[in-house]
Design a protein around this ligand. Structure first.
Ligand code: URA
Length: 239
């Protein structure tokens, strides 16, 4: 299942663009960052899209994509100039991150992204939001929210691997705004987005930033993303 050392290095030597794949154009939302569609990213996504991929591999390769998305999310954060002295005694004029961050996962699938955030942001605070479909109204309903008390002073990495209709993400963003978070300080980190989800999200919150690994074709009649990867939470937690 894992790429061999030789196949990985051959891909790298080719420069890593996704040649065999039709990459759809970016939707007209300026605040969407999509990861560069490299061969490596496409191969990782192919592994987790494959219905025959066993759970342990699904977790391993999802974690790799999550890590890429989190790193790209950090690229969206502002920086300040910072000069340090290196062991050679010379000055280096570099950068430091400005401001503090926290994570907020949309349960349950968003929890799968917490590890990737913790790997790059040690001791990061992580809140949780549970939104489920209200059986009476068929609309997403907030069931639970536990957020860091100083969240309004932080940049918020909102975590949910699949952006389907956008209903949960929109409701989660409303919760964040009601806790004083400025919309431009919200980074929605996501593995696969649908065009419909992005459209709905940006119709409501144009200032929110979104980082996604891939934008798929659309939704099926059950509101699953297609081609997608199925139910992310089921495959990650119970496969
Ligand atoms: N959530 C998932 O896990 N998969 C989808 O395709 C859509 C929403």
């Amino acid at each position: 299942m894992a790429p061999s050392a030789s196949s990985a290095s051959t891909s790298a030597a080719r420069g890593g663009s996704a040649d065999a794949v039709v990459v759809p154009p970016l939707p007209p939302h300026t605040n969407v960052r999509r990861l560069p569609p490299t061969q490596q990213l496409n191969a990782l996504l192919t592994l987790i899209r494959d219905t025959h991929t066993p759970r342990s591999d699904f977790i391993f390769y999802s974690d790799r994509v999550i890590r890429l998305v989190v790193e790209e999310g950090l690229n969206a954060l502002p920086t300040l100039p910072k000069t340090v002295v290196t062991p050679t005694g010379r000055e280096y004029s570099g950068l430091s991150f400005e401001g503090r961050i926290c994570g907020v996962s949309i349960l349950r699938a968003g929890e799968a992204m917490e590890g990737g955030l913790r790997e790059v942001c040690r001791s990061v605070r992580i809140g949780k939001i549970l939104i489920q479909r209200d059986e009476e109204t068929a609309k997403p309903k907030l069931f639970y929210a536990k957020l860091p008390s100083d969240i309004a002073q932080r940049w918020v990495m909102l975590l949910d691997p699949m952006l389907a209709t956008g209903g949960s993400a929109i409701q989660a963003i409303e919760v964040l705004l009601s806790h004083g978070v400025a919309p431009e300080r919200i980074l929605f980190l996501n593995l696969i987005a649908s065009p419909e989800g992005l459209q709905n999200l940006y119709a409501r919150f144009p200032q929110v930033q979104c980082v996604t690994a891939w934008i798929d074709e659309g939704l099926d009649e059950m509101n699953y993303i297609v081609p997608g990867l199925g139910d992310f939470g089921n495959r990650f937690y119970s496969g």
